[in-house]
Design a protein around this ligand. Structure first.
Ligand code: JB3
Length: 216
């Protein structure tokens, strides 16, 4: 197995999407780790990627020391725990149908899905997910481990902190800032600054409490 082959952490729905994108981009897959030996990835891409074992293997030097790794689970707190609990060299996956400006800065371990667009001078920090059809306009910043769910859109010069979830089809208006660990409900329109740790939803988006995660 080539040393460039990618090791996926997780074997659920998001991992299937990441693995297919990696293959479409011409990357080789070393395998995946998931505690569930019936995780969907092994079934959905049978013959193209195999489960190597559970997450306890994440520290094995013959795997993590040899291969670039991508976190391929969607849950942000779990991704953060994996990130902080392990030392690894991260590999990015960009689907060939995504459009990424030559002037954009793309961090380590980033996933950019089918049809996503990252425009001029934007920064996508390490381990962010720019999911299917999401748009990151010019001069935006997407923080570490932040997830733009499918069809979420950031207007020009918007800034989103670390560990945020911008839900399905949500929009952030140009220049608007969100602190770390924010959640934006699906379909919302964020028109003003959101403080760190807040959950907002609606059009225009207002702060909500006691609703858990409004969804990606
Ligand atoms: O909506 C979209 C486009 N994608 C969603 C994605 C962002 O998040 C997708 O629909 C799912 O909602 C979710 O994808 P993910 O994270 O792949 O979820 P799921 O299909 O449930 O797979 C999670 C995998 O991680 C499973 O195979 C579990 O075995 C594993 N897992 C989840 N939580 C865990 C834990 N493993 C360990 N060891 N510990 C956990 O806490």
């Amino acid at each position: 197995m080539s040393k460039d082959a990618l090791l996926l952490i997780g074997g659920g729905g998001h991992a299937v999407v990441v693995a297919e994108a990696a293959l479409a981009a011409g990357l080789a897959l070393a395998g995946f780790l998931d505690d569930d030996d019936r995780a969907p990835l092994g079934r959905d891409l049978a013959g193209r990627v195999e489960r190597l074992g559970g997450l306890s293997m994440f520290d094995r030097p013959d795997l993590v020391g040899e291969h670039p790794v991508i976190l391929a689970v969607g849950d942000l707190p779990l991704r953060r725990r994996l990130l902080e609990g392990h030392a690894f060299k991260a590999g990015a996956v960009v689907h060939p149908s995504a459009v990424v400006s030559a002037s954009a800065r793309i961090g380590a371990g980033v996933f950019i899905g089918p049809g996503a667009v990252v425009h001029a001078q934007a920064t996508v920090a390490d381990h962010a997910i720019i999911n299917t059809g999401a748009v990151v306009e010019h001069h935006c910043r997407v923080g570490v481990n932040t997830h733009l769910a499918p069809n979420a859109t950031l207007g020009g010069e918007a800034r989103v902190g670390d560990d945020c979830l911008i839900g399905l089809g949500a929009s952030v208006l140009p220049g608007v800032r969100l602190g770390d660990r924010c959640t934006v409900g699906a379909g919302s329109a964020v028109i003003r600054e959101v403080p760190a740790g807040a959950a907002v939803a609606g059009v225009p988006a207002l702060e909500i409490t006691g609703h858990g995660t409004p969804g990606a």
